[in-house]
Design a protein around this ligand. Structure first.
Ligand code: GDP
Length: 456
């Protein structure tokens, strides 16, 4: 168990709140409490503290009664960090929190660095690195889907899967290295065909994980959606209908809506971010090119494009041509054709199975459109029971693992010496292990934990 210095931090957000929490972790946590805490009943003895208990009393500092507090105690190793931990719950006043923290620092605690509690948890084997990163994602999650992914990772499903794959690879690499000791005798301990099978399986799985990043990233950061179409097609009206409130200024005159808007909606737990909606408003220079040039810039950043046209005023060939143009500029995005102003036509003039007919003004078809957005993202996939990558560091490590595995496979097929093949395998193992932190350099740790909030 690491018995480093004792760290302290305010763990709750800055500002006034019903309750604020100060956290201490380290070998002096209990003795620091002893200096300022007067229990309502009995006395307080650091040596007699039992874990998972609460004490109520007063916190005194420099002869000032700071607050009435409730303190939770955790005795190492049964705590978040694996060390002795104290959480002082007081009233959520910035003054009280600051004074209480000050008292702890005065008694010899050190102000915690961002993420340092979690770093200690990692160092003490309470969490692996992937799980520690999931803690940050969990805190940052703003939607059900982002929360689910982070929770899944926190529960260690990803780590377990990686560990299993690593174990199998280590076994084979070991056998391969053993052959080196018997080089003269020309023996094969490692069954080649079983190995190719294993490699295929692992590579396939790693590829699936890599592919999941695009979904994971979209969910974590919000799915970028652009609304494109000619002036007066009803883009602002549609945006309002989707947002469910009158945020954009809608006008009869093309190009008069100028509010800066970048808005977010959550549908079925997935967050969608409407990007560059300010540009959507400044339609003046879009007129000549049916809103295309600027709009296309927008499109390139979107994952989903809502191509809105006026069914009342557009021909099938126009719609088709614009659709193709958008597609050309945003080949990776999904384009949903949205035929607006369906209320103005008795029979829609051209029927196309691809088109979602709506009336933004009358709010007809908006729910269907919302469902289509969600369907585009999930595509039959469930996110609650599978591992989805959301972290660029993990993505990078997975890609490097695959490259090393391919190299190893090539080497083995071309009869390269076991020694050299083993080097590639070790390389793959290294990259896979870097995700969970089995092998990780200190500067990488520093980088990861610097992105945490203080007190976590
Ligand atoms: P934008 O330039 O594409 O953003 O278009 P707006 O949203 O500003 O809409 C232009 C005009 O079309 C406004 O007068 C809207 O009221 C009208 N409009 C928008 N959607 C509909 C619709 O579904 N039906 C009808 N009848 N009018 C609509």
């Amino acid at each position: 168990m690491v018995t480093a210095d004792t760290i302290a931090a305010i763990a709750t957000p800055y500002g006034q709140g019903a309750i604020g929490v100060i956290r201490l972790s380290g070998k002096d946590a209990f003795s620091i409490v002893k200096q300022y805490f007067r229990p309502a009943k009995g006395s307080f003895e650091p040596k007699l503290v039992r874990g998972y208990t609460l004490r109520y009393g007063e916190w005194w500092y420099q002869r000032e009664l700071i607050d009435e507090v409730l303190i939770s105690f955790f005795v190492q190793p049964h705590s978040y960090t694996g060390e002795d931990v104290v959480e002082i719950s007081c009233h959520g006043s910035p003054y009280i929190l600051n004074r209480t923290l000050e008292s702890c620092l005065d008694a010899g605690a050190r102000l915690a660095e961002p993420g340092e509690f979690t770093l200690r948890a990692f160092r003490n084997g309470k969490l692996d690195l992937g799980q520690a990163e999931a803690v940050a994602d969990l805190i940052a999650s703003e939607s059900k889907a982002a929360h689910q992914i982070a929770m899944h990772q926190l529960k260690g499903h990803f780590s377990r899967e990686l560990d299993e794959m690593r174990t199998q690879l280590i076994e084979f690499t070991g056998l391969l290295e053993l052959e080196l000791d018997f080089a003269e005798e020309d023996v094969e301990f490692a069954d080649r065909s079983r190995f190719f099978e294993l490699l295929d399986r692992i590579k396939h799985r790693l590829r699936t994980l890599i592919e999941s990043f695009s979904l994971g990233n979209a969910i974590k950061n919000g799915v970028p959606v652009a609304i494109l179409g000619a002036p007066n097609a009803g883009k602002s009206t549609l945006l309002n209908a989707l947002l469910g409130e009158e945020k954009a200024i809608v006008s009869h005159i093309a190009g008069t809506t100028r509010d800066v808007i970048e808005d977010v909606i959550t549908i079925d737990g997935i967050q969608f971010r409407f990007i560059d909606t300010a540009g959507l408003r400044k339609t003046s220079d879009e007129i000549e090119e049916i809103g295309i040039r600027k709009a296309l810039e927008r499109a390139s950043k979107a994952r989903i494009i809502l191509y809105v046209f006026d069914v009342h005023a557009s021909s099938q060939s126009e719609v088709h041509a614009t659709y193709e143009l958008i597609k050309e500029h945003a080949p990776d995005a999904t384009i949903l054709k949205v035929g607006n102003k369906a209320d103005l036509v008795q029979d829609v003039e051209f029927l196309d199975g691809d088109i979602l007919y709506i009336s933004a003004k009358e709010k007809v078809g908006i729910d269907v459109l919302k469902k289509a957005l969600v369907k585009e993202i999930l595509r039959e996939k469930r996110i609650d029971n599978q591992v989805i990558i959301t972290n660029v560091r993990h993505l990078d490590a997975l890609k490097k693992s695959i490259t090393a595995l391919e190299e190893a496979e090539r080497g083995l097929r071309s009869g390269l010496s076991g020694e050299l093949v083993a080097i590639d395998l070790r390389q793959a193992l290294y990259h896979m292990g870097s995700i969970t932190g089995q092998v990780v350099a200190d500067d990488i740790l520093g980088y990861i934990f610097a992105n945490f909030c203080i007190g976590k």
